[in-house]
Design a protein around this ligand. Structure first.
Ligand code: SAM
Length: 399
């Protein structure tokens, strides 16, 4: 447990346009009581760290190699909510990270390690030949740090494809390593929409708990999400290439006038096949049904990926306006707070948003883990043995 040593600066930003409250206003002051301590590996722009912070954890350290993502994390999470978090802007395998984390572990107990190594190597979209790459080996790094910090529990997030990628090689590694280190492990594929996230997004979560704690029962989400328009409809309308006056994250990519005309012919819920004309590159093409897709405003969004602001990368056209989503719209669909700042250019910002664990989903998991580590009065969604939808989605995989 971590005991705060003194008052921490509380930093506030000028308020942006007032959106409907997706998340209740969080307290920016660290409570004076001792907290469970977490370390976030591969912290990105901070979706998972913020979720754990909201659940009452102190994030002692976080590791992120990418300079833009690290800058977002520093500005949006550390400076605003958690000034005592040490951000290590290095490669997780670097000696600086090993040294800094070893020092932290000496100074105070680390209760949980959280994080999701990059998942592109496990996505079906990645060609088989390119998969056995460097990124998949970051799973090994995750377990190297786990051995070093020896926490009571860990939470590992990835795409469901990790279970089967490379004939289950990495999944078997995860199970074997966790068992060797003395953890019970439980895994489930959770649907973000069941936790109030206005988005279809399935993610694999693996939770390891030391034998004395017993296994974790995953939360079952029962919340009904808002629709897309309920989530982003309050933002000011924009044309392609425009930026919202009070929010630099509410910026629409530029499209050529011909592209705007083309987008205008695609109906809500439709995609390139429904457009008034077929683009040259789509002729004689089968598949990629979502490319140049327009989101349905009265439904939930498709999975927000790293291409979320680019209509050529998926179903990312605004429901009513003839342009791709803005970074702010995509971030709200990921349940980030309405004033989260993402640094870098639009490609980099979009990637940070698409990579994140939706805050509401992360928070539900964090609360469940907290109840196991530090049982006390706390408000939880109903626990259950195994999410029944996992079986539907991955038949035969989970016994
Ligand atoms: C899936 S994203 C993490 C998202 C984060 N959990 C969130 O909720 O916002 C993975 C992150 O790992 C970072 N990363 C990739 N390779 C890394 C490495 N070798 N060392 C440290 N970070 C790395 C990427 O830049 C990316 O931001």
């Amino acid at each position: 447990m971590w005991h705060p040593t003194g008052p921490s600066p509380v930093m506030d930003r000028a308020p942006l346009r007032q959106p409907p409250a997706l998340l209740s206003a969080p307290s920016r002051k660290p409570p004076a009581v001792s907290k469970l301590v977490a370390v976030d590996l591969f912290c990105g722009a901070g979706g998972l760290s913020y979720a754990f912070h909201r659940a009452g954890f102190h994030i002692a350290a976080a590791v992120e190699r990418n300079a833009d993502a690290a800058a977002s994390y520093q500005k949006s999470f550390v400076d605003t909510y958690s000034p005592e978090t040490k951000l290590l802007n290095h490669d997780v395998s670097s000696p600086q990270v090993t040294k800094a984390l070893a020092l932290r572990a000496k100074g105070a107990t680390i209760d949980v390690v959280i994080g999701g190594p990059p998942c592109q190597d496990f996505s079906p979209a990645t060609e088989r030949t390119k998969r056995e790459g460097h990124r998949a080996n970051l799973v090994l790094e995750y377990f190297r740090i786990l051995r070093l910090l020896d926490p009571q529990a860990f939470l590992f997030e990835n795409v469901p494809g990790m279970l089967t990628a490379m004939r289950g090689k990495y999944w078997k590694f995860v199970v074997n390593e966790a068992q060797k280190l003395g953890y019970y492990i439980c895994h489930d594929i959770l649907r973000a929409e069941r936790f109030g996230v206005p988005q279809r997004r399935n993610r694999l979560f693996v939770v390891g708990t030391k034998q004395s704690l017993g296994p974790l029962a995953f939360p079952i989400g029962t919340e009904t999400p808002r629709t897309v328009m309920e989530t982003i409809g309050h933002l000011c309308p924009l044309k392609a290439g425009e930026v919202g006056e009070s929010d630099p994250m509410h910026r629409a990519r530029s499209h050529r006038p011909k592209t705007v005309e083309y987008l205008a012919t695609i109906p809500e819920g439709g995609a390139w096949r429904d457009a008034a004309r077929v683009l040259k590159c789509h002729k004689d093409h089968n598949g990629h049904y979502d490319v140049y897709g327009r989101i349905k405003g009265d439904s939930i969004a498709p999975t927000i990926t790293g291409g979320c602001t680019n209509p050529s990368k998926g179903r990312f056209i605004h429901p009513k306006q003839h342009r791709g989503l803005t970074v702010r719209e995509a971030a709200l669909l990921q349940t980030f707070p309405p004033d989260w700042i993402f640094c870098g250019g639009i490609e980099s910002q979009s990637l940070q948003v698409g990579n994140a664990v939706p805050v509401k989903l992360g928070e539900a998991l964090a609360l469940t883990l907290k109840a196991l580590l530090d049982p006390g009065p706390c408000c939880l969604s109903k626990p259950h043995e195994l999410n029944p939808h996992t079986r539907e989605m991955m038949p035969g995989l989970l016994q």
